[in-house]
Write a new protein. Sequence first.
Length: 247
Amino acid sequence: MTISNLATCLRTPDLTSRGSLVDKVSTLIECLCKPSDGTDKRIEASHAAERAFDASIEAEKIIADLLTRVVDLEHLVQTDELTGLLNRRGFEDEFNRALSSAERHHEQGVLIYIDLDGFKPVNDTFGHAAGDEVLRRVAETLNNNVRDTDYVGRIGGDEFVILMSRTRWQDGLSRCELINEHLNEAVIDWQGRQIAIKASVGIQNYGANDDGHDILKRADEAMYKTKRLRSDLKHSTDTRIVANANM
């Protein structure tokens, strides 16, 4: 074999099948072998090419499997096991990305903060299994009333958040009021008894250069304003109360 054989192999583009690829590799190996000592180097080179080809395919499979496992692990790390929503870590990652986008493109959005009212008595009266069912129903209700582009997270025991990026204040407020209505009208049948879901909701807008922790804190404060308003009007049947941090 000569250097011209090697150059011909490199220039030839026909690698459309395993057989042709093995032939090319075996020819390359033969070209790189020491001058023939009388043995058939082509057979040896062909076997080496077959092994190299099989090894490369196996390596690709292993790498693809490892990448899939990494993606699955990242999903588990960022997902709340009970509800399937984002956990605090996952939600904060998405929120930070949204804030970076808002800074780059001068966007605005809203953050909705939800806290269940009287959740501890549910656990104490009906048991933790009933409490888990309440949390799952809340997650389902939130998921059913947001856009595909929104992010919903469970960031505490009975605390939930919704991130609505690229959203005007009025649109976010309308969505918040709808979610508040659906949550406070939800009832769960549990072993022949009914459990009414009650929640307090707060909303806060954000824009370019806003700090994520500050926005989350202000949305939390807005939610607690709703709780206080509800407490002051505990005999009222109006469940449409929604506060924001600027009230």
